[in-house]
Design a protein around this ligand. Structure first.
Ligand code: CA
Length: 418
């Protein structure tokens, strides 16, 4: 698919992440004004509240932009999603006849502050990247038993905390937690010493369900995707995770990028899941290409230092697609809601420089990585900023997400010292 031209010139640059082909959805504020919904176009944001008040966005579903989140648009359903995207294409496309009315609704991104784009109703994190699961398995159980016996038959997941989800740019405080004592004495309560990131993509569920859904139904339920960093305290995780899985190790924070890139924008980039080692059971079987060709990278920036790219990979490395994860999530009858967030699981590739966590990059701390400038890292240090980047590359245009960044700030003094 070629670039769709816009009358906003910056949107037509091949490297701008927000061409007319993209039109991602966020929530922003300027100065002392309240947060409101916006659509990124080039270097600008279309203020949806202003556009609705000006009569430029009017739908049978009624006012959609009198609230500072995208859940009402999601709940209006896929026909509205398509109608909104079509209307935005008209207003912002090269041939727009209403430029004079639209122009006052455009705000420069440079002066805007971004907020969480939707109310996160629930958050589930999966473990559906094969290279990541294999690498972690080798470290913890040895190469012969690296993948658990269920792994090739269902996407493993756990129920996370919606309350912990924050938007890019929010500082993350190093957590305290209980960790195993190396000498088998009593465990210790201390600040995490093995604090890590996980490179993931988050799928935003846009429609409610009440009962099992098929993979195709699940695909239609997904509103869009964000970059997602599942911050992880490895030392806390190692002690607490058996037998029920991660708990406090993953509950400090989960950072997402500020723009929801819609399934419609990503549709030209669909690719198939990898070959199956065993056929999936019928309800999880692939029905079409449901991954996306999205280049992903990670940069680590020490306090006052320069950014080093520490990993490059691609979303197509996943073993299970988000629709397969969502379909599996509903098999029990588990109700899903608009605003449900599904983490993909860490997206590692097959090579050493494509690993999506420091646990893998430094092989459990045994092989520290070297950053530009010569400093090394096994896990994150106070003041480090970790940033995820994502881009789907078309013919003369780029679909971006905005960055997903967070800075690690020092642990509190003993939180129980009174
Ligand atoms: Ca994860």
């Amino acid at each position: 698919m070629p670039l769709l031209p816009s009358w906003i010139d910056s949107a037509n640059r091949p490297d701008n992440p927000f061409p007319l082909n993209n039109l991602p959805y966020g929530v922003f504020s300027t100065g002392d004004d309240d947060p409101r919904c916006g659509v990124a176009i080039g270097d600008m944001i279309l203020d949806c509240r202003a556009a609705e008040e000006a009569g430029l966005l009017a739908f049978d579903a009624g006012p959609l932009f009198d609230v500072p989140f995208w859940n009402e648009v999601m709940e209006a359903g896929p026909d509205l999603w398509a109608a909104l995207r079509a209307r935005l294409m008209v207003l912002l496309g090269e041939g727009a006849g209403e430029r004079a009315q639209v122009a006052p609704c455009l705000v420069p991104q440079a002066g805007a502050m971004m907020h969480l784009p939707f109310l996160v109703s629930e958050y589930t994190d999966f473990y559906a990247g094969r290279h990541h699961a294999f690498n972690v398995g080798v470290m913890f159980r040895g190469a012969d038993n690296a993948l658990p016996p269920n792994w090739l038959h269902l996407p493993i997941g756990y129920n996370g905390r919606a309350s912990s989800v924050v938007v890019s740019g929010t500082d993350v405080r190093r957590p305290w937690g209980q960790v195993k004592s190396p000498d088998h004495a009593l465990p210790a309560f201390q600040p995490s010493r093995r604090f890590d990131f996980e490179l993931e993509l988050g799928a935003v569920v846009g429609m409610a369900s009440d009962g099992p859904v098929t993979v195709d139904e699940a695909h239609a339920m997904i509103f869009g995707y964000v970059l997602l960093n599942d911050w992880s305290a490895r030392d806390i995780q190692a002690w607490e995770y058996q037998p029920l899985g991660p708990f406090q190790a993953k509950a400090t924070a989960t950072t997402i990028s500020p723009w929801i890139v819609t399934g419609a924008a990503l549709d030209p980039f669909r690719v198939a899941c990898p070959a199956r080692e065993f056929p999936l059971l019928p309800h999880l079987r692939d029905t079409g290409p449901m991954l996306y060709d999205i280049d992903l990278s990670v940069t680590l920036t020490p306090d006052g230092g320069a950014a080093t790219t520490i990993a490059r990979t691609n979303y197509r490395e996943m073993y299970y697609s988000a629709p397969q994860q969502l379909a599996h999530h509903t098999t029990s009858g588990c109700p899903m809601n608009a605003g449900d967030l599904l983490g993909s699981g860490t997206i590692s590739g097959p090579t050493k420089d494509s690993r999506g966590s420091l646990l893998e990059l430094s092989w459990g701390g045994k092989e520290p990585i070297t950053l530009d400038g010569g400093v090394t890292r096994s896990f994150l240090e106070d003041g480090d900023t970790l940033t995820l980047h994502g881009a789907a590359r078309g013919d003369g245009f780029t679909i971006g997400f905005g960055t997903c960044a967070g800075r690690l700030i020092p642990a509190l003094p003993d939180p129980y010292a009174r």
